[in-house]
Write a protein that binds this ligand. Structure first.
Ligand code: C2O
Ligand code: CU
Length: 510
């Protein structure tokens, strides 16, 4: 698609070929208890507590985290992977066991505003919030995380985040045809960079510069595992990747150390579920909040062969602006934004008898009919102190964007030059990316069509990355069947930016 698969790639590149020996900790995968445990709610109400837990993450030290907990059959599930069906009614009680306000946002779910985790509904320590909603989304990989005003970044960084998987017929059919089994060869990968102190606890202490640039960690975890290793059989694996980092963007690829080459990745889904067909790529950008659903075929590898999910080096700013890059959120020992990082080691260790074929078609996606649609413009800018959307910052009681229920709009989101990338997220609705204009070269290199879109822009999206100098056009259908005015949010998912106010209320008028 974008040139051959080879060690020399434009845009984001591999600089070193060093093979770190330290990746020996078995990757945590969804199991029956512990971190990311699979939880299938039945029709009854279930309770989820935002509280604390101690986990061994760095060496043998116990790290104190903020986590979501569900008690189930005498076991404690931590940041559970919640598995629901399309159409299912969910009743969830959130219990705030933290020492400050919180609320859960179901990222990507199309729910009534009272169920959406708008900061207006944040609850105090010790209080409860009752959620009741129907899952209307397509099958796909969604997630949940805190959303209280000014506290989202800190709470998410300290560990509050979980995956929510929605199943529908197409999704089940795919799993069946490729014999994909959740937790076995269908594995969520939650990628998060964090900073730890000497005692092994998570440190969240952004200075003024880091509040502006976003807080970057000194270690990258996958599923709360540091330096993770996954042993795979020679078959198809599906990875549902969530960038759950506060601010770090990854340029993900799968690289074979022995072959010194990239391994093809089949992108089969994005934020809102399956794409029309698989897209063969060798790398992709994933920004905070976004999901990438991928298939990898390990059948032709040799036993013992070692692969690495890596984030390749890239330029997080404008090319001419390299100096700022050195400042990008950097306390002494941190990993720089755009730095090459080894993320997950994979070792081929077992044969399998069966072979499968990559499916030709996955789903059918209808483009939103944008004929005669209104175009609304947004400009992302910086005042020297604050990030703004159309010259405004968040005010909980103001409604700068008002749209009509059932209308379809085109949003043209323009990011200033000499700025930084912003992953823009919309609550309440999924959208479609129409076009990328004036993209930096490293993004142009990944374009799959005339409109400048990359594979990660396809399908139904709730978060889209907008690079410096770029304009991205998206189509949104504001149709829903809730009654009364609904208030959602449009904001940057760099969580430090969100907390600084790079967020606007969006009112959908009845
Ligand atoms: Cu995942 Cu308003 O955020
Ligand atoms: Cu931003």
């Amino acid at each position: 698609l974008t040139g051959g698969i080879g060690a020399i790639l434009e845009g984001c590149t591999i600089h070193s070929t060093k093979t770190p020996k330290s990746f020996v900790t078995p990757l945590i995968v969804p199991d029956t208890a512990g971190p990311l445990a699979l939880y299938k709610p039945d029709s009854e109400n279930f309770k989820i507590e935002a509280g604390t837990a101690k986990l061994k993450i760095v060496n043998e030290k116990e790290s104190l985290l903020n986590v979501y907990k569900i008690k189930h059959q005498e076991k404690t599930l931590i940041n559970p992977t919640i598995l629901v069906q399309k159409g299912q009614e969910l009743r969830v009680t959130l219990e705030n066991g933290l020492s400050e306000d919180t609320i859960i946002h179901w990222h990507g779910l199309m729910v009534e505003d009272k169920m959406d985790g708008h900061p207006a509904y944040a609850i105090k320590p010790g209080e409860r919030y009752e959620y009741k909603f129907k899952v209307k989304n397509r099958g796909g990989t969604y997630w949940y995380h805190p959303h209280p005003e000014n506290l989202t970044a800190k709470q998410a960084y300290k560990g509050l985040a979980g995956i929510l998987l929605v199943e529908d017929d197409e999704e089940l059919q795919l799993r069946q045809s490729l014999e994909l089994e959740l937790g076995k060869n269908d594995i969520p990968l939650v990628i998060q960079d964090k900073r730890f102190d000497q005692a092994g606890n998570i440190l969240y202490n952004p200075d003024d510069m880091e509040k502006i640039m976003g807080f970057h960690g000194n270690k990258v975890l996958v599923n709360l595992t540091l330096n993770p290793l996954l042993k795979v059989a020679k078959k198809f694996y599906r990875f549902r990747i969530l960038n759950g980092s506060n601010a770090r963007i990854y340029c993900l690829s799968l690289h074979s150390e022995q072959r010194r080459d990239f391994i093809p990745i089949y992108l089969i889904g994005t934020d809102g579920g399956l794409l029309d067909k698989p897209y063969k790529i060798n790398k992709f950008f994933i920004s905070p909040g976004e999901r990438a659903d991928i298939l990898v075929d390990f059948t032709s590898f040799n036993t013992g062969e070692e692969l690495f999910f890596k984030s390749l080096a890239f330029d997080p700013m404008d090319n001419e602006d390299a100096e700022n890059m050195d400042n990008m959120g950097m306390q002494h020992d941190s990993l720089k934004a755009g730095e090459e990082i080894n993320i997950l080691k994979i070792v081929i260790h077992r044969e399998t008898e069966k072979t499968f074929k990559i499916p030709q078609n996955l789903s059918s996606l209808k483009p939103i009919n944008i004929k005669d649609s209104l175009t609304r413009k947004f400009r992302l800018s910086f005042t020297g102190k604050q990030w703004q959307i159309n010259g405004q910052t968040f005010n909980i009681s103001q409604f700068p964007v008002i749209v009509k229920k059932h209308s379809k709009e085109i949003w043209e989101i323009a990011n200033d030059k000499k700025s930084m990338p912003h992953p823009m997220h919309l609550h309440g609705f999924m959208f479609q990316v129409l076009q990328r204009l004036n993209s930096p070269k490293q993004v142009q290199d990944l374009a799959i069509d005339q409109s400048g879109r990359t594979a990660m822009d396809l399908g139904w999206k709730d978060t889209v990355l907008i690079w410096p100098g770029e304009t991205v056009r998206i189509a949104i259908d504001f149709t829903h069947d809730f009654t009364g005015d609904q208030v959602y949010l449009f904001h940057c998912h760099n969580l430090e930016h969100e907390d600084l106010g790079m967020m606007l209320n969006l009112k959908v008028k009845e």
